[in-house]
Design a binder for this molecule. Structure first.
Ligand code: ADP
Length: 192
């Protein structure tokens, strides 16, 4: 039998790009506008240690909104209220592949899902679930930062230390934005 869907449809919006490209600012902006319009919103981000924790989603420009930090993305399904209309998730690249299922499930329930995350890691390679997520999403916004060397548009995140793990948490002391001419990926064989 043909399924006829009544009521509102959900969708997925992805905001991607390198560090300092304004992904968190954009996530906060979209979420705040929805809140002003009295939409019910819930915000999550990846938390390195705690299972769930009240936390702020903070941009490098110090804009913030209260949210919940968690490590198992599947827990979002239990934490989202039926009445919630917008689910925002920051640091999407740190979650495992279940992020894609969770985002689709929430969108299929009629919610607007906004996910911000790095599309490339410090080696310039696709980061975690982001490529799959981009394929599943209705809207993709690719943001760029400004190259710290020349001022051109920057698509890459340059790691300034020799650490080899894919995940090394840090801000401007550890990373900077670079264009493709000035991005220096780790030498072959050295990457983690
Ligand atoms: P992201 O979530 O993409 O890491 P944020 O939204 O946290 O980005 O921060 C964006 C802010 O970072 C900018 O508004 C600016 O204040 C700051 N910033 C620092 N370095 C740069 C850079 N190289 N290019 C652009 N913005 C930068």
């Amino acid at each position: 039998m043909m399924q006829i869907v009544h009521g509102r449809t959900g969708w997925i919006e992805v905001i991607c790009g390198p560090m300092f490209s304004g992904k968190s600012e954009e996530l906060i902006k979209r979420t705040r506008r929805a809140q002003i319009a009295r939409r019910r919103v819930q915000i999550f981000k990846h938390g390195i240690d705690a299972r769930y924790d009240a936390t702020d989603i903070v941009s490098h420009s110090q804009q913030k909104m209260p949210g919940i930090a968690l490590t198992r993305v599947e827990d979002i399904i239990d934490l989202v209220d039926d009445r919630t209309e917008l689910v925002a998730i920051d640091e999407g690249q740190f979650f495992d592949g279940h992020l894609v299922e969770v985002a689709n499930k929430l969108a299929n329930l009629g919610k607007r899902v906004i996910i911000a995350g790095l599309d490339l890691d410090y080696r310039g390679l696709p980061f975690g679930p982001m490529p799959q997520l981009i394929c599943s999403s209705e809207y993709v916004t690719k943001q760029l930062a400004i190259c710290m060397t020349c001022g051109d548009p920057a698509n890459f995140t340059q790691r300034l230390t020799g650490a080899k793990d894919q995940i090394v948490v840090g801000a401007s002391e550890t990373y900077e934005a670079r264009c493709r001419r000035h991005f220096e990926p780790p030498a072959a064989g050295e990457e983690g």
